[in-house]
Design a protein around this ligand. Structure first.
Ligand code: MSP
Length: 525
């Protein structure tokens, strides 16, 4: 494991309010950032908004405000949402900030001077909503955008182009030599077959048809293509090319920092193909991994404002608490595959994992410790076979959790922990503490209680990157002191004897699936 970690979300278009799909990516990155911090890795987590482009200019015009006013309002809402979701980003970059604009202009100039960019004429099929030009093959006979499937139109303009062929061999080498450069690994074939093998064209990197963007210093009639502008955020936010490059040196240039971009499947080609090429042109290091996650739909339909089926995270957080929402997003979908959001799945997932498994285990354990040991976690004595098995399983779980999380397999990592919690519930059934108590087997009963408390606390540490509020509550319930809440003590077995345990309200009340389905449907618009 490298000793530093830089993780980024895509920067979101503030063209409409954030929905659960945007929250998904941000929460996954937050979990990874919190996980690395928990492991003592120095971490920098970046998110932000991508505020330029024709689409935003049009939206502002429709609303009768300036583009800047338009994006200011929505960017503030994004920030408020991330706060409500307990996102632990270290910075929030907006592409209309001075610190970013200057860097983008410099990047363009450097690549231009380096002979990576030339002035030419662009002719092609243009998709306005995606702000992308497409080739004949890509739009097919129906002339539809291959990304959003809306009609495209013929357009021609004087443009600057980036020479992709110049860097293609180096890019292919990176892809070959680093099997984990694109994750999940099957996404690599998609890149090769859809974009690289059919023949990669030079990338058009300027526009003259609108003006809401960053001007090219050398030719101010041109605006820098929104993707060159947007991708640069990953280094402008670190202070690249500024008076203070300390963060850039630490989190980008240092080979001991792992750089991970997490992006949705629809924008992977920009991150996998063009971004590394721009970086090579600048003489900079390329990222270690581009993790491509799937897209979430609602009940099998693409979420879209015009269909009126967009789920906003805020009302969910208000009703179920931030942890239930974070948990659902992280655990329900295999990170990397497409996923279906449905109200039933949300309510069932909350019930199965949080109410019945984790929550129930906590309630049972705190009640039993109160009843049998006057609320104090007992000390261990000689372990039985079943006790030893729980001890071993706990250690095994920590190991597999670490391996999976380090490999960005978040949902699988969490499943390892829920398996441990299930095993602890089973351990109660098998050891039957109520019988041990009746038979006066105090030492055996004490072991069971100490081991249950230990399992809950270890599981809580492992789940703390996701369950940010509940983790604190569980530590409080079990009287876990600050110095024992961290990861350093995770391999100590049962160091909590004597802790005062309190009986709190159930952390996760069971949800009525029918009632909650109706509620979630009522807020989807
Ligand atoms: N602004 C560009 C990204 C520039 S990054 C240098 C952009 N913005 S976006 O707002 O349209 O999308 C941002 C991210 O949200 C993308 O990774 C996209 O895949 C993701 N999602 C948008 N809808 C989504 C779902 N329904 N499900 C999961 N992720 C979704 O593209």
């Amino acid at each position: 494991m490298k000793n530093k970690f830089y993780i980024t979300t895509p920067i979101y278009y503030p063209s409409a309010d954030a929905h659960i799909g945007h929250a998904y990516c941000t929460v996954m990155c937050d979990i990874l950032a919190r996980y690395k911090r928990l492991r003592g890795v120095e971490t920098y987590f970046l998110t932000g908004t991508d505020e330029h482009g024709e689409k935003i200019q049009k939206k502002a015009l429709e609303k009768g405000v300036t583009p800047q006013q338009y994006v200011d309002e929505i960017a503030a809402k994004f920030q408020a949402l991330w706060k409500a979701m307990r996102i632990s980003n270290d910075d929030f970059i907006r592409t209309t900030q001075e610190r970013h604009i200057k860097v983008v202009q410099d990047v363009f100039s450097k690549l231009y001077k380096n002979d990576d960019i030339y002035l030419g004429q662009y002719e092609g099929w243009y998709c306005t909503p995606c702000e992308s030009f497409w080739t004949d093959t890509q739009v097919g006979e129906e002339h539809l955008c291959p990304d959003c499937h809306r009609p495209v139109h013929r357009a021609s303009e004087e443009s600057y182009f980036f020479k992709t062929q110049k860097y293609l061999p180096a890019l292919l080498k990176i892809m070959d030599e680093n099997p984990k450069f694109i994750l999940p690994i099957n996404r690599k074939n998609e890149m090769m077959n859809t974009f690289i093998k059919p023949g990669l064209e030079d990338l058009c990197v300027s526009r003259t048809s609108f003006d809401w963007g960053i001007q090219i210093r050398e030719n101010p009639r041109h605006i820098i293509y929104v993707w060159m502008d947007a991708l640069t955020n990953y280094i402008s936010a670190l202070g690249y090319d500024s008076d203070d490059e300390s963060k850039f040196k630490k989190f980008w240039q240092d080979p001991d920092c792992e750089i991970v971009h997490v992006v949705g499947a629809d924008i992977s080609r920009f991150h996998v193909i063009y971004w590394p090429m721009f970086l090579m042109g600048l003489g900079l290091r390329t990222p270690d991994r581009v993790f491509v996650h799937g897209l979430l739909d609602l009940n099998g339909e693409k979420m879209s404002k015009s269909r009126g089926n967009v789920v906003s995270p805020l009302p969910l957080i208000e009703r179920y608490g931030v942890d239930a929402v974070r948990w659902f997003l992280a655990r329900e979908f295999a990170f990397g595959s497409d996923g279906r959001f449905s109200p039933e799945l949300f309510a069932e997932r909350t019930n199965v994992d949080l109410a019945n498994n984790y929550g129930n285990l906590i309630n049972r354990t705190t009640s039993m410790i109160s009843k049998y040991f006057e609320g104090k976690i007992p000390a261990l004595s000689k372990l039985s076979e079943k006790d030893e098995a729980m001890k071993e399983l706990t250690e095994k779980t920590i190991k597999s959790y670490e391996l999976l999380m380090d490999d960005l397999k978040v949902s699988e990592g969490l499943t390892a922990v829920t398996d441990l919690l299930n095993a602890a519930n089973k351990y109660i059934e098998e050891t039957q503490p109520w019988v041990l108590s009746k038979e006066g087997k105090v030492e055996e009963l004490g072991n069971v209680m100490a081991i249950l408390a230990n399992t809950i606390i270890v599981a809580t540490k492992l789940l703390s990157p996701v369950l940010v509020e509940s983790a604190e509550k569980v530590y409080a319930l079990f009287g876990v002191k600050k110095e024992l809440q961290g990861y350093d003590s995770i391999h100590e077995f049962c160091p909590f004897s004597g802790n005062e345990v309190s009986k709190g309200q159930p952390l996760f009340p069971r949800l009525d699936v029918a009632v909650e389905t109706e509620f979630i449907n009522s807020i989807s618009k």
